[in-house]
Structures are given as C-alpha cells and as structure tokens.
Design a protein around this ligand. Structure first.
Ligand code: NAD
Length: 381
C-alpha cells in the first residue's frame, strides 16, 4: 500500500464519538472541506449532531462543489483498494445509499438506522466559502466509519478501558497507513498506545470546546512515533485554521489543561474558604487576567509585570495556595448530585431549560468567533 503520509489531497476523516467534542470536530472538518464519517454506538448522539448542524450555519442540500471525490461518494460506490493499493474515497457501506435533497437524508433501507449524510454550506465570513465544503456521514457501524479513513480521531468517553477497547476494535478496519489520534483531555499517550499494532502512527490531538471554534490543538507523539506523522496531523489541522502546539514530551493533561486545572483547584479553594462566591471568582478572572491571557501567556505577563515583583509574589503566595491532591468537594459534590454543568442544566450556576441553554451556547459561540476574529486582525503585521 502506498503511504498516505504527506499526500497532498485532503484525507478522509473518521470521528469516533458524537458527544460534545465529536459533534464539534465533525462540524470543523466538514466546514473545511474534509469528508467525514461520524461514528457513535448511541443513535441519539448521532441524531443530536444532525439536528444541531442542520439548525446551525451548516445547510444541507445538493452538493454543488466540483469534487470527483464527493461525486463517487454520493453515487454510492464502495471503498475498495485499487490496483495501486490506494482506497477510493467512497462512502462507508452502511450509508452509501443515502443522498441529500435539501436536508439531512434519513436512512432509506440501507440497514443502518443511524446513518445520514449532509453537505455543509458555510456562511461564516471567517470560514471557508461554500465551494470548499465536505460531506458528513453518521453511522453506528465502527468498521464502516474507519475503513475508508486516512485519519481516525477518537472522541469517546474519558475512560481508559473504553478507549482501549475501541482502539482494539479498530485494528481489522484500519488502513495500513491511516493515522489515529485521541482527543483525550488527560490520559498520557503511552497509556493509550501501548501494545497496539499501530502505536507508531498514534498521537494525541487535544482540541478545546467548542472544537469548531477554539484555535488551539495540542499534539503529542512518542519517541517511537513514525517520522512525519506528527507533522502531517499538524498540517491537516492548520488547514482547518487551527493553531497546533506540538509538545516535546508525552505528559498527562498536556499544557493547557494543566494550567486550567491549577486555576480550577485554586478557584475551588477560594470558594471553600468562603473568600468569594462563584460569580465573584469568575468575574475576577474574566474582568482581569482572562482579558490579558487572550493576548499574552504567563511568561510574557510575568515579563510585563517584572520578574522581581513576581519573585516576591511567588515567595509570599505559593505557600498559601492549595496543593490538595484530591478532587475538591466543590466539584465532586456537584457531580454526585447530577449537577454536571450546562449539559445537565446546572453546575456552579443554573442554565434553564434546553432552549435557554441552546440559545446561550449560540450566543457564546458568536462572541468567541468575534473575539478570535478581532485577535487575528490585531495580530496582523
Ligand atoms: N468536553 C470537553 O470540553 C472536552 C475538551 C477536550 C477534550 N475532551 C475529551 O474528548 C473526549 C470526548 O469528550 P466529550 O465531552 O465529547 O464526551 P461526551 O460524553 O459528550 O461524548 C462521548 C461520546 O462517546 C460515545 N461513546 C460511548 N462509547 C463509545 C465507544 N465505544 N466508541 C465511540 N464512542 C463512544 C457516547 O455515546 C458519547 O456520544 C474525552 O476523551 C474528553 O476527555 C473533552
């Protein structure tokens, strides 16, 4: 089989898991012209993504883009190796009888009740034009999603045994040169990849919610990762407008989540000590350091304030900060009560009914897009 690493054409992408992150990842890639299969064992999760994308700024309709690739896909050809060993970019078997006719097409007897296909029409000024759209297929068949994929991105539950079981299940369907990535928030790559036959083309690609909007993706490889794999993933993600940061070493939580976790531990500590309530603590962040952090990281900020001042601050303050190794009660107590945040309607705050939550999410996404667009504009030379 020919190697696909470094190939100029756009890869076919399989996203595994259609939850908070998987839905956003599918949206991101389709908007940027990649063909995507989205797999989830839960039909309700797939239906939710289809509903959200059709209601958002992704319109589903007859594809008009000049792509032979998509043409094959819609015509229902199967993915089979050609003589040279390359896979034709065709639809997964379980969804290949589906067509779009101005809306998300529902299954029409293909035997896969979770399958549907849509084409993205992008309307946001900062994103690609409708000409550069991809195709999204949803499926409950793992093999159908994975077999045609050049890049498999796992966004399943953050539980090592579930992830490891899923990785083992990929083996029979995975192309010989397909790259696999996990979107894990916290697990080290070594614990995910150990013993897998494709461990040398397995990386971490850690996105941030909402995945279609936030630019950062942290990428982690191992010393024995095949040369070119990390660079190829970074290149694909850069094509989606992402800002990849490649870590020098595998480490749990990577960079950004370690920084966020340190802040969250201290925020919970302040709450537990009765120094301020959640709203005050959040306001202290968003009206203060949060504004600067969008422009300058902790080292640049220390330089701006003066390292001599920060030396004194660290000396006075570090002994006062929480170093508790356990999950704070402020967090785990709420989880035990089912108050897990916006997805359940309540966490540290109350979020109202589903409609109110969806409206608030859409508002946050608009604000984030504006902030990111302004930041890009400001950083132009
Ligand atoms: N939520 C975030 O802000 C965030 C940010 C960055 C990374 N992550 C990471 O991304 C991953 C997904 O997180 P999420 O927030 O989308 O979780 P989620 O609970 O919203 O979604 C998980 C999805 O995985 C599906 N699933 C269950 N078993 C599966 C299997 N065997 N194969 C494939 N899918 C399966 C579930 O049906 C569900 O739809 C986790 O590893 C998480 O740590 C989350």
């Amino acid at each position: 089989m020919k190697t696909r690493i470094g190939a100029a054409r756009k890869p076919y992408i399989a996203v595994l898991g259609a939850g908070t992150m998987g839905g956003g990842l599918a949206e991101l890639f389709v908007k940027h012209g990649f063909d995507v299969s989205l797999y989830d064992p839960d039909p309700a999760a797939l239906a939710k993504v289809r509903t959200r994308l059709s209601a958002a700024d992704l319109n589903c309709g007859e594809r008009s883009g000049p792509s032979a690739l998509l043409g094959q896909s819609v015509s229902g050809d199967q993915a089979e190796p050609d003589e040279g060993g390359e896979m034709n970019r065709t639809s997964p078997r379980s969804s290949d009888t589906l067509r779009t006719t101005g809306h998300f097409a529902e299954p029409d007897g293909s035997g896969d009740s979770n399958s549907a296909v849509c084409h993205a029409e992008e309307r946001n000024v900062s994103d690609p034009s409708p000409r550069h759209r991809g195709t999204l297929r949803t499926t409950g068949h793992l093999e159908a999603a994975v077999r045609p994929a050049d890049f498999v991105l796992e966004a399943g539950p953050e539980l090592l045994p579930i992830k490891r079981e899923l990785y083992a299940a990929l083996i029979p369907a995975l192309g010989a040169d397909a790259i696999v990535a996990s979107n894990t928030s916290s697990l080290p790559l070594r614990s995910l990849a150990d013993g897998l036959p494709y461990a040398d083309r397995f990386v971490i690609a850690h996105f941030f919610h909402p995945a279609a909007i936030i630019p950062l993706v942290e990428i982690v490889g191992l010393p024995d990762t095949r040369p070119g794999v990390v660079g190829q993933v970074a290149e694909w993600l850069a094509q989606c407008g992402k800002s990849p940061v490649v870590l020098r070493k595998d480490c749990p939580g990577f960079i950004a989540n370690r920084l966020q976790a340190a802040v969250l531990r201290e925020a919970c500590h302040l709450l537990a000590e009765g120094i301020a309530d959640a709203e005050q603590i959040d306001r202290a962040m968003t009206e203060g350091p949060g504004l600067r952090w969008a422009l300058n990281g902790p080292f640049a900020i220390s330089d701006l304030g003066g390292l001599d001042i920060w030396e004194r601050v660290a000396d006075n303050l570090f002994p006062q900060l929480s170093a508790a190794p356990d999950v704070p009660q402020e967090l785990s107590g709420r989880v035990r009560e089912g108050r897990v945040g916006t997805k359940s309607g309540a966490g540290f705050y109350n979020y109202g009914d589903t409609e109110a939550r969806e409206q608030a999410a859409a508002g946050r996404e608009r604000t984030l897009r504006t902030l990111i667009a302004n930041k890009k504009e400001m950083s132009r030379p």
